[in-house]
Design a protein around this ligand. Structure first.
Ligand code: MG
Length: 380
């Protein structure tokens, strides 16, 4: 078998002992079959100008065009959200005040659609102004910027007062605009920034904020300063006095980043080792349940890739010795039937030796290699 076809087989069947093992920053091996698989999400549908699309299956819907049951007034005294709901959209009622979600959340993929009034009134920041406040603190500007100039850091899709959008891809007023936002809140530990937090924004499918670092809560006229955010906060929509419409609002929760306990990405050596220990323990528990020696041996060797352990190593090596001893007892025809099994074991021994988990002169490894040569199994 050529090297190429071996790797193709491995890729196809996803065997362990294949890619590079875990290291100081990655608890998983390359192409690791023990790594959790991505959950299945049924995608939604895109919106048309006339009709809102469907959210993906794991989205939490905040407004589906029917009612404001997920919302309340953002005023201190609270109370129901007093915006108008009609024909599948909600509309800002001037002086009713900002509204906010009852639910609070942090990191998210957020989808919001909005439309400025078809009847153009006012100019600059006075035309079709509203806003989407992430965690109630950080405004992604909503403004009718179609043939309407204003200061750059106040355009639609700006992080208001902080960072202008990279483009102005707005449709004419009256038409719905689509915002897709990825938000990561800032993370501080003992007063020091671990991750500043970021916001990425697509307006009508055009990237306008590219992983823009947060600089604290946004505001008018005053420069903000970076600082920690709470764990969760509401999504807030702004009443800026203009009858802006919203529809199809949903979000998806995002998994934790490596700096907050996630196990994908570039981990600290401590976090990596903790995860590697956890994986090794799971595999060893699984190995203990396996009644047959060969699968049990493989599982124990596998566990060593994540965490060295003298007892597991000893048991695996003993099982290897027993297996090779059993091969010696076989009559020739029965030995021939073991060809694939033995060749597989040889591959695993080579992998383990290559990555420092098994000595080159380990008896069963040497014996298996010799057997393959003697049987000329390496020739076909
Ligand atoms: Mg605004």
């Amino acid at each position: 078998m050529t090297l190429l076809s071996t790797s193709m087989l491995s890729a196809a069947f996803g065997q362990v002992f294949y890619g590079d093992p875990p290291d100081d920053h990655h608890p998983w091996a390359i192409h690791d079959q023990n790594r959790p698989k991505p959950p299945v999400v049924t995608p939604g549908t895109f919106s048309t100008p006339e009709q809102a699309g469907k959210p993906p299956s794991d989205a939490i819907v905040l407004f589906d065009g029917k009612d404001l049951s997920k919302w309340k007034s953002a005023k201190e005294e609270g109370g129901p959200a007093q915006w108008l709901v009609k024909d599948g959209y909600m509309e800002v009622v001037a002086k009713a005040g900002d509204i906010r979600t009852i639910e609070e959340f942090g990191d998210c993929q957020l989808h919001v659609e909005w439309a400025a009034p078809a009847k153009v009134e006012g100019s600059s920041q006075g035309r079709g102004n509203s806003g989407i406040f992430l965690m109630g603190l950080c405004e992604v500007q909503v403004l009718d910027c179609y043939n309407n100039e204003t200061y750059a850091d106040g355009y639609a899709g700006s992080v208001y007062g902080v960072n202008p959008p990279m483009a102005n891809p707005l449709r004419p007023p009256g038409q719905f605009q689509v915002y897709d936002i990825v938000f990561r809140r800032p993370i501080y530990r003992e007063g020091k920034v671990v991750d500043p937090g970021y916001v990425t924004v697509f307006v009508n499918g055009v990237l306008v904020q590219d992983h823009t670092p947060l600089e604290g809560p946004t505001g008018h006229m005053r420069r903000t300063t970076p600082g920690p955010f709470p764990e969760r906060g509401p999504l807030k929509l702004q009443d800026h006095g203009n009858p802006v419409r919203f529809r199809n609002i949903w979000y998806r929760k995002l998994p934790p980043r490596a700096v907050e306990g996630g196990t994908d990405g570039w981990l600290t050596p401590e976090a990596t080792m903790a995860k590697r220990r956890e994986i090794a323990e799971t595999i060893r528990k699984d190995a203990a349940k396996l009644p047959t020696p060969l699968p049990r041996m493989y599982r124990l060797f596998e566990s060593l890739i994540y965490q060295k352990d003298a007892a597991a190593q000893q048991e695996a090596e003993d099982l290897a010795r027993q297996y090779v001893a059993s091969l010696r007892q076989l009559p020739p025809d029965q030995l021939t039937a073991k060809k694939d099994e033995v060749k597989r074991l040889d591959t695993v021994f080579q992998y383990l030796n290559r990555h420092g988990f098994l000595a080159a002169d380990f008896g069963p490894k040497v014996e298996v290699q010799k057997l393959i040569k003697d049987q000329r199994w390496d020739k076909r």
